[in-house]
Write a protein that binds this ligand. Structure first.
Ligand code: HEM
Length: 253
């Protein structure tokens, strides 16, 4: 994902037409598969300064996919009269620093931090070792596998960047699943067992946290199956995934 910022300075007489043109241009933008979302904001302190933020799937997708694709003509026709008023038009990569505001704790903090996640995965892999469907897959696992997976989830849930600093990050993790031939039954057992273990070790059971945990586990295990399968996707060069509260901010009683 990449964020494009376009800054405009628009003279007073043209502002209403500019905003109307963008309202029309937003329609082809919304239809473009490369566009994740967009927002046009007007400066409160300096009337006439505008910032358009567009999240694209990638810079390449924007510059080739969108600009050479079917929606570009209708988009550009609307905004072309304002090209001369552009003051900046550049792409910015996301960093690990991102929040939702509202003083929300991270999922990592809410879960109970490193200690709670290590407790979860230590107990989980004890169960895995006894499970006829899963044990063979993990027979030769690294002696600190549970701690590594706890570090992974901690970072994904907004905790310290231990997995990317010490264990090889996203690419290494995905690569660990290559060629393992994980089946759907094994995937489902992995999820069920982890959720049961979350109950057993007393991870927070509130609906908001558990909804995000289940959302992440569905995504993560299905990705593991894809990497483990006969035609895995390319290993990601992307930063670690980052999960957040999404549509269900923490329950405040
Ligand atoms: C959300 C889902 C998953 C997460 C977060 C996850 C996480 C990880 C991580 C972080 C590693 C690398 C550990 C290291 O750096 O040493 C790993 C390896 C591995 N994973 Fe997963 N995994 C997931 C799903 C699955 C599933 C569904 C299976 C099989 C049913 C599986 C089987 C394995 C195996 C066999 C390894 C190699 C273990 C070793 O040799 O040490 N994973 N996983």
């Amino acid at each position: 994902m990449i964020v494009e910022y376009i800054r405009y300075r628009i003279d007073e007489p043209r502002r209403a037409a500019f905003e109307a043109a963008y309202a029309r241009a937003a329609q082809p933008l919304a239809r473009a598969e490369q566009c994740l979302d967009y927002e046009l904001t007007a400066c409160a302190e300096q009337p006439g300064d505008y910032v358009l933020r567009i999240r694209w799937t990638s810079t390449e997708d924007h510059l080739r996919g969108f600009r050479e694709g079917p929606e570009f003509r209708a988009f550009f026709t609307e905004i072309e009269p304002y090209v001369g008023a552009v003051e900046e038009m550049r792409h910015y990569a996301p960093t690990q620093v991102a929040g939702r505001g509202g003083a929300h704790p991270t999922l990592y903090e809410w879960a109970g931090g490193a200690e709670a996640l290590e407790r979860l995965f230590t107990r989980f892999y004890e169960h895995v070792d006894q499970d006829p469907l899963l044990a063979p897959l993990f027979a030769d696992k690294h002696p600190e596998h549970a701690q590594h997976v706890a570090a992974w989830l901690g970072e994904v849930f907004g905790g310290p960047q231990v997995y990317s600093a010490e264990h090889g990050g996203h690419r290494h993790m995905a690569g660990q699943h290559l060629g393992r031939g994980i089946g759907e039954q094994q995937r489902r057992r992995w999820v069920n067992l982890l959720l049961d273990t979350a109950d057993e070790v007393g991870l927070p059971a509130d609906p908001e946290f558990r909804a995000v945990l289940a959302y992440y586990l569905e995504w993560g295990t299905r990705m593991a199956v894809l990497y483990a399968g006969p035609t895995p996707p390319p290993l990601p060069d992307a930063p670690m995934p980052r999960w957040d509260w999404g549509l269900t901010p923490p329950y405040r009683g």
